[in-house]
Design a protein around this ligand. Structure first.
Ligand SMILES: Nc1ncnc2c1ncn2[C@@H]1O[C@H](COP(=O)(O)OP(=O)(O)OP(=O)(O)O)[C@@H](O)[C@H]1O
Ligand SMILES: [Mg+2]
Length: 463
């Protein structure tokens, strides 16, 4: 790409988003107002404009129109916090390419913005590879690496995808990534939370209804499946969908047609179904709460997200990612990092709330710590309590037991060193790079010591 992208706006809310563009080596130039943007556009060439749509109604619209007057061919995208409204339509008639309502979840928003940028700037396609544009690429965890490789393979397929994982592991993020990294990313992505919609309303929500089809149906309503036509329907919490509705969904998937509640016409729909659940679907099938035939229909591809406690290798990079995001949102300043002892606490904690919990813990810690080094005191009670309780393997739990003391009752340093290495390897799942880094030695030294002390995986008890 030859020219940078011009960004208009300066609110804190979007700082991490625009900072992420820079991290992807997409050249940007940011100005604070429409006036400044016009002056800048007069001076040099840009390939696209991204503007914040949270400016006042008239000034956002006016800015698009004035930009179009001086640069009729430049694509203008807008990001905003509100749901789609008349603004979007009015903006488009003034020359806006797309209005992207932001969710506030950075990786989802980034996936969406990048997806749209790739559409208008094809040169970006080769530069920003799918799935590489997000933190996911930095994973060191084997399961996550496999999952990403799989995502890359299936992103352009129409077959349905079932995403399984505990609460907060990133199922929704993966669903968005699937949609926005694939070929169909300009088509709609429509999310339906099956657990949040009362059973009586779920069908009308999914399939729409005709005017007068039931009390309260004063208008015809287009359902989510119809809205998602040619794109992705994301059925979140599918494990909570009532069995009756399951049968109807199955019929839609098999016939490729929907019928509005109270309607008689069959409407063809072409959809990719992406479903997510934190429940054990096999158990639900056994209990008669989930239809097996629907299960077979929706799990053409299955992606299983590991809980955070099984991907401890990623803990520090995720934690730092969140600290950086929070830092960017709060206006920059010196980078905040975790102290060694705080890191140890995070490693020992079990993370029942997974990535979401880590994010909240980091947010809290960043706010509570004025300096740039975050210590254990900024971590919540539950993290401290659990990590203090964690007992190490029996031979490690009493660092100065009689067996390691020599004749004068002194502990030889090399025994302490051996113990430190075994403990670190245990906590870090035998990840040599992380272990060396945390012990403050080189990887080569670590390998030498593993050999010297005859440390095998057998001695290392992974949490
Ligand atoms: N790899 C990641 N990189 C950065 N942030 C992540 C990652 N995975 C998850 N998150 C963050 O964790 C939070 C939870 O993610 P998400 O909502 O996708 O989880 P979920 O599995 O759908 O949770 P639930 O089961 O509660 O609906 C979000 O704030 C998201 O941004
Ligand atoms: Mg979710």
């Amino acid at each position: 790409m030859l020219n940078p992208i011009l960004i208009i706006g300066g609110s804190k809310r979007y700082r991490p988003l625009f900072a992420a563009l820079k991290d992807l080596h997409i050249q940007t130039n940011q100005v604070l107002s429409g006036e400044e943007a016009l002056a800048t556009l007069n001076m040099r060439s840009y390939d696209a404009v991204i503007m914040e749509w949270d400016l006042s109604y008239s000034s956002a619209l006016e800015t698009v129109e004035r930009i179009k007057k001086i640069r009729p061919n430049i694509p203008v995208l807008a990001v905003g916090s509100g749901p789609d409204s008349g603004l979007d339509r009015d903006g488009k008639s003034g020359g806006l390419v797309e209005y992207l309502p932001m969710t506030g979840v950075e990786n989802i928003d980034l996936a969406r913005l990048i997806g749209n940028l790739k559409q208008i700037l094809p040169e970006l396609r080769a530069r920003v590879l799918p799935g590489r544009d997000l933190l996911w690429s930095k994973t060191r965890n084997e399961k996550m690496k496999k999952l990403l490789a799989m995502l890359d393979i299936i992103k352009d397929e129409l077959g349905s995808v079932l995403i399984q994982g505990e609460n907060g592991t990133g199922k929704e993020v993966i669903a968005w990534l699937l949609h926005y990294s694939g070929r169909g990313h300009t088509a709609p992505f429509v999310a339906i939370n099956c657990a949040a919609i009362p059973e009586t309303l779920l069908e009308s929500e999914l399939f729409g209804h005709e005017k007068g089809s039931f009390t309260g149906a004063t208008e015809r309503r287009v359902g989510k499946f119809e809205l998602a036509n040619k794109g992705t329907a994301f059925l979140d919490e599918i494990g909570d969908m009532p069995v009756n509705t399951q049968a109807k969904i199955l019929r839609v998937l098999e016939t490729g047609e929907i019928e509005r509640v109270g309607g008689h016409n069959k409407i063809p729909v072409e959809l990719r179904i992406v479903a997510a659940t934190n429940q054990n679907i096999h158990e639900k099938i056994e209990q008669g709460q989930f239809r097996q035939d629907l299960f077979f229909r929706i799990n053409t591809f299955t992606l299983v997200l590991p809980p955070l406690r099984e991907r401890r290798e990623d803990l520090f990079s995720l934690a730092q990612h969140f600290l950086d995001l929070i830092g960017a949102r709060r206006g920059g300043g010196p980078r905040k990092c975790l102290s060694h002892s705080a890191q140890q606490m995070l490693l020992k904690y079990n993370w029942p709330g997974n990535v979401r919990e880590l994010r909240n813990v980091m947010e809290r810690a960043a706010v509570l710590t004025e300096s740039n080094l975050i210590g254990p005191e900024a971590l919540p009670e539950e993290v401290l309590a659990e990590s203090n309780q964690l007992s190490l393997p029996p031979h490690d739990s009493q660092p100065f037991s009689a067996s390691v003391r020599n004749g004068s009752g002194i502990v030889p340093l090399k025994d302490l060193e051996k113990r430190a290495i075994i403990e670190a390897l245990s906590l870090l799942g035998f990840n040599a790079t992380q272990t060396a880094k945390n012990l403050g030695i080189s990887k080569a030294t670590l390998y030498r010591k593993i050999k010297e002390y005859n440390i095998s995986r057998r001695l290392v008890v992974c949490s």
